[in-house]
Design a protein around this ligand. Structure first.
Ligand SMILES: [Zn+2]
Ligand SMILES: [Zn+2]
Length: 376
C-alpha cells in the first residue's frame, strides 16, 4: 500500500492538508488562443487573475539560478529504484514569471530526461540543481510554441562546458515532425557551433542534436529500465492540431502519466489506469461560457475529475494551467479549482507549481513544494 508523505520539513502539515491543498496560482492563458480569441476575450471580463495569487508567500523565482546554491532534491540523483518527477514549468504561452512554460523533469538513477521545453525550462532546471549538459534526452508531446521554445536553449547551453558540457549528442524524441524541427534548428544555429569550435571553447563532437521520430504509438524508449510509451490524445474538437501525444513513463514498477495538451480523452484513462502520478493539463475561467474556443481545446476541472475518477491514479496533479487570461478573462481560485474537480472526483488533487517535486518510492510518494524548498 502506498503512503503519501512529504519532505522532512513539514511532514504532519502536508498529511493534514488532504483534499484542501492551497497552493499558489495565477491566471494564465491558453496556448491555443488565437488573435480572434483574444479580441473576443478583450470584450468580455476585464478583471484579472485568481484572487488567491496574492496569498502566495513563496515563488519559484525566489530560488537561486545557480546549481551550486540549489538545495532542490532533484540536485541529487534519486536512490536506486526510485523515480523523481519535477515540474519545471506549469504554465502556457502567455509570458508569466510565476508559471514558466510547460516542462517536466524525470529522473531515474543517473538518468535525466525532460518532457517538453517551454519558456524558461533551463532556468528552472538550474534552480532544481541540474545543468543543461546533464540532460540525456528530451521528449516532445506536440509542437505548440509553449512546448518547444526552449529546445535550442537546452541543446546549445548544454554543450557549453561551463554549463555541464554534454558529452555526445542531444537526443530529441517524439512524434512525426521532430526530425523537421531538429534539422532546422541545426541549420539555424550552425554559427554558434562553428564559432565556439573555432574559439576552442567546445569540441565539435559534443554539439550534435539528433531526432528520434516515431510515427506509431507505443513504447518509443526503453533504456536502463526506463520505458516511455507514447499515445494519441486530441487537442481540439476538429482534431486539426496534430500531432498531439501524451506519455506514460514506467520505471521499476513506478509510473507517471503526462496528458499532453488535450480535451478529455479515453487514452488518458487507458494509459493512466492506476498510475502513481497523473499529470493533467487544466483550463478554467470564472465564467464557464466565456471563450468557448479556448476551453474547447483543453480539459476543465470537472472534466478532469471524471478522468481521475476513471483512471484512479495514486496522485492527481494539475499542470499546464490555463486559468483565465490576465487582464482579459478572470480565472478561478485554488479552492474553486479543487471544488470543480471534486464535483466528479473524491480523491485529492494537487495544484502543481514550478519546481514542485515528487519522489516515487516503494513506500509512497513524497511531495516537495515551494514552501518546503524555502524551509530547507
Ligand atoms: Zn500548451
Ligand atoms: Zn498545445
Amino acid at each position: 500500500m502506498k503512503i503519501m508523505s512529504i519532505s522532512p520539513a513539514r511532514p504532519l502539515l502536508k498529511v493534514a492538508l488532504t483534499g484542501a491543498l492551497v497552493l499558489s496560482l495565477t491566471g494564465i492563458a491558453a496556448c491555443t488562443a488565437t488573435e480572434a480569441q483574444e479580441e473576443s476575450a478583450a470584450t468580455t471580463d476585464q478583471s484579472t487573475t485568481a484572487a488567491s495569487a496574492s496569498l502566495n508567500k513563496v515563488n519559484a523565482n525566489d530560488f537561486p539560478v545557480n546549481v551550486d546554491e540549489s538545495t532542490h532534491p532533484a540536485g541529487t540523483p534519486p536512490e536506486e529504484g526510485d523515480l523523481r518527477v519535477t515540474l519545471l514549468g506549469t504554465g502556457s504561452p502567455i509570458p508569466s514569471t510565476e508559471r514558466f512554460g510547460f516542462s517536466v523533469l524525470i529522473q531515474a538513477g543517473d538518468n535525466n530526461y525532460v518532457i517538453d521545453a517551454g519558456r524558461g525550462t533551463i532556468i528552472r532546471l538550474i534552480q532544481a540543481g541540474v545543468e543543461a549538459g546533464q540532460i540525456d534526452g528530451l521528449f516532445l508531446t506536440h509542437f505548440h510554441s509553449d512546448h518547444v521554445i526552449s529546445i535550442d536553449d537546452l541543446w546549445m547551453t548544454g554543450y557549453v562546458p561551463a554549463f555541464g558540457g554534454r558529452e555526445g549528442t542531444f537526443n530529441v524524441y517524439g512524434p512525426e515532425g521532430v526530425t523537421n524541427i531538429v534539422d532546422n534548428l541545426r541549420t539555424a544555429f550552425q554559427n554558434d557551433i562553428d564559432v565556439r569550435v573555432a574559439d576552442g571553447e567546445v569540441e565539435r563532437d559534443t554539439t550534435g542534436i539528433e531526432a528520434h521520430e516515431f510515427t506509431e504509438d507505443g513504447v518509443i524508449f526503453d533504456q536502463d529500465g526506463l520505458q516511455v510509451t507514447m499515445f494519441e490524445v486530441q487537442h481540439d474538437p476538429a482534431d486539426v492540431i496534430k500531432p498531439s501525444k501524451g506519455f506514460r513513463i514506467d520505471y521499476n514498477d513506478k509510473s507517471v502519466l503526462i496528458s499532453g495538451d488535450t480535451i478529455p480523452h479515453e487514452n488518458v484513462v487507458k494509459y493512466g489506469k492506476d498510475v502513481d502520478i497523473m499529470l493533467h493539463e487544466v483550463a478554467a475561467f470564472q465564467d464557464r461560457n466565456v471563450l468557448p474556443q479556448v476551453i474547447s481545446h483543453h480539459t476543465t476541472p470537472d472534466q478532469a475529475g471524471e478522468i481521475f475518477a476513471q483512471a484512479q491514479p495514486e496522485l492527481a496533479v494539475y499542470t499546464h494551467f490555463v486559468n483565465g487570461i490576465p487582464g482579459k478573462v478572470e480565472g478561478i481560485s485554488d479552492e474553486e479549482m479543487i471544488a470543480r474537480t471534486q464535483e466528479n472526483y473524491d480523491g485529492e488533487v494537487i495544484l502543481g507549481e514550478d519546481l514542485m517535486s515528487f519522489l516515487i518510492t516503494d513506500e509512497g510518494i513524497e511531495i516537495t513544494d515551494q514552501e518546503d524548498l524555502a524551509a530547507n
